[in-house]
Design a binder for this molecule. Structure first.
Ligand code: SAM
Ligand code: SF4
Length: 456
């Protein structure tokens, strides 16, 4: 039974979808202790920043936001109600003590493994400054409340579901193994129960999350390890749950069972985010990715054999230490060979404590900027071509919400493109065939093609 919600929590989320999921879980945990969520910082008794440490810029944003919140709190004067300020997420995990030192206004700092203890930590922070960045042994998911039905309904037709956390891969540029800890998979029954609860609350599409989601190896009730492919089969049995996606995958963990699931399960969407990071074997080796460009291309071929319409996405880092123009051109080359439908690209950001930070041959900023621009031009051209190729096709779209303009609704294609449709809001919640009639920079437009079966 939850207490009456008399207090308010405002959460600002940075970074990846896993942080979005975590923020919702924090909201749910606090809700059982009398905190209702608010979108107005001015109303809040508790302000939480759920932070990202993946690149330097992401981490620095947190400190400037903390300064802004402190000023906001100070300007309210001594008579205003007390407002606690907390920092969660990967910056908290990596720089807990530093935050306490640099930002005296902060009352509470806690890492991603402590979210189930949040109500207790908040209560304590009312009287003293609190820091909790341990990696406790207990299963935090078993202690976090299930997503609340009313909250899930408000959050809409699509939901994230974290199935795996942490990483043992130790790519030499990446902080995740240090901030999120060792790789852990949630037990199968826990995941299935959460997915069932989401479906019961009206969720039609679930995106399974993990830093390395396809390394999932949760235990079933007989103590056997279940991979992501088998898990997708189990989730596909849930009535009402119509679409399954997952992100982010590592090429080395893309096993045959998961590839076969893409062939066999209509509910598993034909869109795969499979980062390679660089097209140069020399750089891949220095990055400790443990795959070559050729192995990656072979894998893509295998995936496309199983699911010919698979749309691919990826992540790229330019300017990793030692990257030459020839290495960078190998990246441009692989981008063209794969023909990504979309991709994310970043300038290498030195992260203290990772092996990359100690490597010789750090690439000057202007070169990184120039390479990023060239890479993004290539990716944008491919995305435009992919979207243009959809015009004239009819495919099923999950109608998710009202569109920007009256008389419009918005949804997603199987390939994750936003689709704007001239149609009535009464159709929200349905999956309908939509004929694609046009494209904009990052989206498609179309009309409902009644009576047409899926024609992809
Ligand atoms: N586990 C995923 C994988 O191996 O592909 C990636 C997860 S990571 C949270 C998301 C992306 O951030 C990475 O794919 C990488 O492109 C980017 N990234 C990570 N560390 C970075 C760094 N130090 N500088 C720039 N980009 C970085
Ligand atoms: Fe980071 Fe992904 Fe490499 Fe793990 S596999 S260290 S999360 S980039």
């Amino acid at each position: 039974m939850s207490e009456t919600n008399t207090k308010k929590v405002f959460i600002k989320t940075y970074g990846c979808q896993m942080n979005v999921y975590d923020s919702d879980r924090m909201t749910d945990a606090l809700s059982e202790h009398g905190y209702a969520p608010t979108t107005e910082m001015g109303d809040a008794d508790l302000v939480l920043l759920n932070t990202c440490h993946i690149r330097e810029k992401a981490a620095e944003k947190v400190y400037s936001e903390l300064g802004r919140i402190r000023d906001f709190r100070d300007e309210r004067g001594p008579d205003a109600k007390k407002m606690l300020i907390g920092v969660a997420g990967c910056v908290a995990q990596a720089e807990g003590e530093e935050i306490m030192r640099r930002a005296p206004a902060v009352d509470l700092v806690f890492g991603p493994q402590s979210y189930h203890r949040l109500p207790e930590l908040v209560a304590k922070a009312g009287g003293e400054r609190v820091i909790d960045t341990d990696f406790p042994q207990e299963d935090k998911f078993a202690h976090l409340p299930q997503p609340r039905r009313e909250a899930t309904i408000k959050r809409g037709l699509t939901a994230f579901l974290t199935v795996q956390e942490g990483c043992d891969k130790f790519c030499s540029f990446c902080v995740v193994p240090y901030t999120r800890g060792a790789e852990v998979s949630r037990p199968v029954a826990q995941v299935v129960a959460e997915a069932q609860a989401l479906a019961d609350a009206g969720v039609r599409e679930v995106t399974l999350l993990g830093q390395n989601v396809n390394a999932y190896h949760g235990l079933n009730e007989t103590g056997h390890s279940v991979g992501l492919g088998e898990l997708c089969h189990m989730l596909a049995e849930i009535d009402g749950l119509e679409r399954i996606r997952y992100t982010t995958s590592h090429p080395r963990d893309m096993d045959d069972a998961l590839i076969a699931a893409h062939r066999d399960l209509d509910k598993l969407m034909p869109y795969l985010h499979l980062p390679i990071q660089s097209g140069s074997d020399r750089i891949l080796k220095a990055m400790n990715r443990r795959h070559t460009a050729a192995e990656y291309l072979e894998l893509i071929e295998k995936i496309r054999e199983a699911r010919p319409d698979m749309a691919l996405s990826g992540d790229f880092i330019v300017g990793f230490p030692g990257e030459t123009e020839a290495d960078f051109e190998a990246t441009l080359d692989i981008v063209k060979k794969v023909g990504y439908a979309s991709a994310f690209s970043f300038k290498y950001s030195t992260r203290p404590g990772t092996p990359g930070a100690e490597m010789d041959g750090q690439v000057p900023e202007p070169i990184k900027a120039e390479r990023l621009e060239r890479l993004q031009a290539e990716i944008n051209a491919l995305q435009t071509a992919f979207n243009a190729g959809c015009v004239g096709m009819t495919f099923p779209v999950l109608i998710e919400k009202p569109g920007r303009n009256p008389g419009q609704v918005a949804g997603r294609s199987p390939y994750l493109q936003p689709v704007h449709i001239e149609a009535d809001a009464g159709l929200i919640g349905q999956i309908l065939p939509v004929e694609i009639t046009g494209t904009a920079k990052n989206s498609l437009s179309g009309t409902i093609a009644r009576g047409k079966a899926r024609a992809v």
